[in-house]
Design a protein around this ligand. Structure first.
Ligand code: DAH
Length: 347
């Protein structure tokens, strides 16, 4: 470049280029890139003009510099002004896009909940926990001594047929009753004892109300002077918690090798209030669990003096309680994990 006229032509060309170029720009990012092609300190066209200064005669240098600086200021202001406008429009658009309609109904949140068997199990632990019972975890594989022999069911005793046990070997089996926990606890702790033992049990049994695997809860109290009255009082609390305040229990004579006397416990029908309905088969009572006073032989097997101490025990099928409570007639419904069923079963 040789003189100021030539410079003026270049300046006007750049101005035109800018004025026309910005018309094509649609967002601030493009504007930023466009601006760089003029004002970038290395590659910008306006800065390139300034570098021409060395070719200009000295007396024109001041004028030349002034003109280029004016262009620079003009362009800078133009770009800044456009940048503000574009950014404003963009954030307006963003707010528009992200607008929340607070009058819209909320999306229903699906909450998980505990399985009905776990709910009933926890309710039992609550009732007995409040009476000072401790929870003892069962083994699922046992030596047959704990599951049978020590519970006064010796080899060849007809009571072995009461439960169809799964044997893993001649000595080891899958526990068929949580009663096995009684022996472990009495062997390892000195009375007074109050334990609850929930766990899975296994029997070769399979129909609408029985499953090869189900859940039981064993209760055991050993102390001085324990009687059937204590048992009845505790079980009354249990049925009130599970089936409602208006329910009570009745004890009927029964037989279990590990209790003497043994009782079958019925709950007054929570469906008809005892008048008689289909659920209680017209009797007003529903059988819920087995219980009794711990057989002296069982206490002695565990080294507890049966003259000094007595005990009460009970064993309850948790699925049975859940089925009665929720009106389910097939135990398999509790294991199929069908949400359409499980979602209906809640307190
Ligand atoms: N173990 C028995 C069963 O599985 C239930 C039972 C009955 C447990 C009487 C007890 C009891 O502790 O005293 O059928």
């Amino acid at each position: 470049m040789q003189d100021l006229n030539e410079l003026k032509v270049s300046i006007n060309a750049i101005k035109d280029e800018i004025v026309n170029g910005v018309k094509e720009l649609t967002n601030s990012k493009a504007l930023y890139e466009f601006k760089k092609t003029f004002l970038d300190s290395k590659a910008g066209k306006i800065n390139a003009l300034m570098k021409e200064m060395k070719n200009i005669p000295n007396e024109m240098k001041a004028e030349f510099g002034k003109n280029v600086n004016e262009l620079k200021t003009w362009a800078g202001e133009k770009f800044d002004e456009l940048d503000v406008q574009m950014k404003e429009a963009e954030s307006k658009q963003r707010y528009e896009n992200e607008k929340i309609d607070i009058t819209m109904p909320a999306v229903k949140c699906k909450c998980g909940k505990l399985h009905p068997v776990t709910q009933v199990r926890n309710q039992l632990i609550d009732v007995f926990g409040s009476m000072g019972f401790e929870v003892y975890d069962n083994f699922e594989i046992e030596n047959e001594y704990y599951n049978l022999t020590a519970l006064n069911i010796p080899q060849d005793h007809p009571a072995r047929d009461m439960q169809d046990t799964f044997y893993l070997s001649p000595d080891y089996l899958l526990i068929s009753q949580t009663s096995a926990a009684q022996i472990h606890v009495m062997e390892n702790k000195k009375p007074p004892l109050k334990i609850l033992s929930p766990g899975k049990v296994f029997r070769s049994d399979d129909d609408a109300t029985h499953s090869p695997m189900f859940t039981q809860m064993e209760g055991l109290v050993v102390d001085k002077g324990i009687t059937l009255c204590d048992l009845k009082g505790m079980l009354d609390l249990l049925v009130k918690k599970i089936f409602g305040e208006g329910t009570t229990t009745r004890l009927r004579p029964s037989y279990f090798p590990f209790t003497e006397p043994s009782v079958e416990v019925d709950v007054s029908c929570f469906e008809c209030g005892g008048k008689g309905c289909r659920l209680c088969k017209g009797t007003g009572w529903i059988e819920v669990l087995g219980a009794g006073i711990v057989n002296k032989k069982v206490l002695e097997n565990c080294g507890i003096d049966s003259e000094e101490y007595s005990g009460l025990a009970f064993g309850v099928g948790i699925e049975r309680l859940a089925m009665l409570k929720y009106g389910i007639n097939n135990i398999k419904l509790l294991y199929e994990s069908d949400l359409r069923v499980l979602e209906q079963l809640d307190d």
